[in-house]
Design a protein around this ligand. Structure first.
Ligand code: ZN
Length: 454
């Protein structure tokens, strides 16, 4: 048994390294990603097992792989293991190691870590899912339900050429009743024992194109002109200072509890009147995450104005990333934006929703899959409690949740990386994962399969 898991861990490490080195960088354009490289690599990994596989090329060079291992009972629910193969771009100058080297390095405390873009988002899960799936197929062990393996492109740009499209157009290949995907499994030691967070919900997309109008003029005579860029700068300033107010719900309370913070800090974090002061005293990574878990968030991220150095711009365009909480609507977003920007500036501003259907999604925990996860974590963390949590970003889980299919973000991590530090590695510099976490996650998928259909 111990030998098997060591062999599987090595396979996960090697596959993770290969996926990192494939550099399937998705910069948001349709011409990026090149996930075909990893789809073919993963197909080769499963080749020879006899499992049914299909590659779907949604755009030239952008492929996703679907494999299905048949169960014994056509009426039993099917489980889908979904991992994306694309990663976000890097700023190499911020890294201590080669972001696409996939190196296995030993930290000063002896921890072995795989370095590179995608090591936590989410090639660690994709590689471990592949290894666990292959192990199940090779073993010949049959479960009642099918196991669907889905290595998907384009998650990092909203799934347009990946999960969204394939769920809409290739449901026969993908059909399933449960989904496991990114991410979860951070163990937190608290006074009540270990708490392990798994994702059951995610914030919705409320991003807006904000167009600010002014009047053109000669750049040599700026006095008392109506410069769109100057007004846009004020829009950005007001947005950055805007506080839409917190929403303290049960999921937020569970998250606060799971952090194991001093009792007094916990109470302040759950009190709207004292929340801001309590956040200011926390480590920035942790405070950032908690703030987003209880607020609609506004981040002005892209900007464009002007045509020539001597022309006062009559138009300035902003893109504001906005993430909405469960229950919030696109109308709520506009209402907050009008308040934040103010009536005086709104007269010059047009708002356009980038994701008009963007809503927060959530899955119920009253399912056999949730119970299987709760049981499975006992192997690594005896007595641990599983708790639902929300991610602030978007994941491909939402396309399945829209169809009423429970989708959880899972995984299982070693206690080496505190939650705040772990969150900072998502899309951050020096992304890496320790080998113990890869081992625990690989084992988790096998344990869940053993428990789901009993
Ligand atoms: Zn991801």
């Amino acid at each position: 048994m111990a030998e098997t898991i060591d062999r599987l861990t090595n396979e996960t490490v090697e596959l993770l390294q290969a996926l990192i080195r494939n550099q399937c960088v998705n910069d948001g354009t349709a011409e990026s990603g090149f996930e075909d490289r990893s789809a073919r690599l993963l197909r080769d990994e499963l080749e020879g097992t006899g499992v049914d596989m299909q590659i779907f090329e949604t755009l030239p060079g952008r492929s996703s792989l679907v494999a299905r291992y048949k169960g014994t009972d056509p009426n039993a629910p099917a489980l889908c293991l979904m991992g994306h193969t694309d990663v976000v771009p890097v700023s190499p100058e911020g890294w201590r190691e080669d972001p696409f080297g996939g190196d296995l390095l030993t930290a000063p405390d002896g921890t072995q870590e795989v370095w590179g873009r995608g090591a936590v988002d989410m090639l660690n899960l994709t590689s471990s899912m592949t290894v666990a799936f292959r192990e199940i197929v090779k073993s010949g062990k049959r479960y009642p339900g099918d196991i669907v393996y889905f290595a998907v492109a384009d998650e990092e740009a909203g799934g347009t050429h990946g999960a969204k499209r394939l769920v809409e157009e290739e449901w026969d290949a993908l059909k399933c009743d449960y989904v496991l995907t990114e991410y979860g499994g951070t163990p937190m030691r608290t006074d009540d024992g270990v708490i392990v967070l798994m994702t059951t919900a995610e914030k919705g997309l409320g991003a807006r194109k904000v167009t600010v109008h002014g009047s053109p003029g000669h750049g040599s005579m700026p006095y008392a002109t109506d410069n769109a860029l100057v007004k846009a700068a004020e829009v950005v300033r007001r947005l950055s200072e805007y506080n839409p107010g917190p929403r303290i719900d049960e999921m937020f309370a569970a998250r606060v509890k799971a952090l194991g913070l001093p009792e007094e800090t916990q109470q302040r974090l759950l009190d709207p009147a004292r929340l801001d002061d309590a956040l200011a005293e926390l480590r920035p990574g942790l405070a950032r995450n908690l703030h987003s878990c209880c607020h609609m968030s506004f981040s002005p991220n892209m900007f464009n104005s002007g045509q020539k150095n001597n022309v006062i711009p009559d138009v300035a365009k902003l893109i504001v990333d906005i993430r909405i909480l469960p229950g919030d609507t696109q109308e709520d977003v506009d209402r907050h934006l009008r308040t934040a920007i103010g009536e005086d500036l709104m007269a010059s501003v047009e708002l356009e929703a980038i994701y008009p259907d963007g809503v927060s999604t959530a899955s119920d925990t009253d399912t056999p899959l949730w119970s299987a996860l709760a049981d499975s974590i006992q192997m690594a963390y005896p007595g641990a409690q599983i708790m639902p949590s929300m991610v602030t970003g978007g994941t491909d889980a939402r396309f399945f949740r829209h169809k009423g299919i429970p989708a959880y973000g899972a995984g299982l991590l070693s206690p080496k990386v505190p939650l705040g530090e772990f969150m900072n590695r998502f899309h951050g510099h020096n992304e890496r994962i320790d080998v113990d976490s890869l081992k625990l996650t690989t084992q988790l998928w096998l344990d869940v399969a053993d428990r789901l259909w009993v």
